[in-house]
Design a protein around this ligand. Sequence first.
Ligand code: SF4
Length: 239
Amino acid sequence: MAEQTSTVTLTIDGQPVTVPANTTILEAARSAGIDIPTICAHDATTPRGLCRLCVVDVNRGRLLQPACIVPCQDGMVVETTSERVLTSRRTILEMLASAVDLSQAPEIQRYLAEYGADPQRFPQARRREHPLLDDNAFYIRDYNKCVMCWRCMQVCAEDAQYIFALSIDGRGFNSHITTAFDIPMPESTCVFCGQCVGVCPTNALKPKVEWGLEQGLTPDQIREASRGMSRRRRPIQVK
Ligand code: SF4
């Protein structure tokens, strides 16, 4: 019986690349020094193909393929910068900018510039509207800045902490990250490890001290306002 091949060779942007079987297109491209943009994909999380920014042309097929989850195959021909790939990425970025506050998302801002995306392209679009959540001593949650990449939820779950404090509520445009039954964070299973804050690409999750300083509060004021908050709700009063 023929031995099963453990590597595959494909072409990415005209460059032959040999990688172990089951390597994703994204991993293969990166190993060859080819940059493919991503938002939801992160080294600490399992790829889910959510944001679709990493789409590439595979064998000039009818549909673009998300590079973060599609495995390489022998003989595959991948184009990462074809005209329709660039158009798709630009449109995704413009749609995100039309609905989400990306002002504190440096990586996405860089993509907007790189792909020539017009943040004003959809001026009539509905924007995300969520009240700022300040219910614990460690971090604030501003879901107006959330791009629903799931990174926070994934590190809170099987990808790191196994705490499962975060989940999704709502559907379609109204879907958003929350706690079970929308309870305040101190009443959830959250252990305030900070993993979610660390992987958030948009500053939707931000350390309380950093946020307080931005509001013009002194460290003493922030400390005073946060006293006891890990056990009960007590929002900061910003004058
Ligand atoms: S809060 Fe941050 S990490 Fe979580 S889904 Fe939204 S953008 Fe992603």
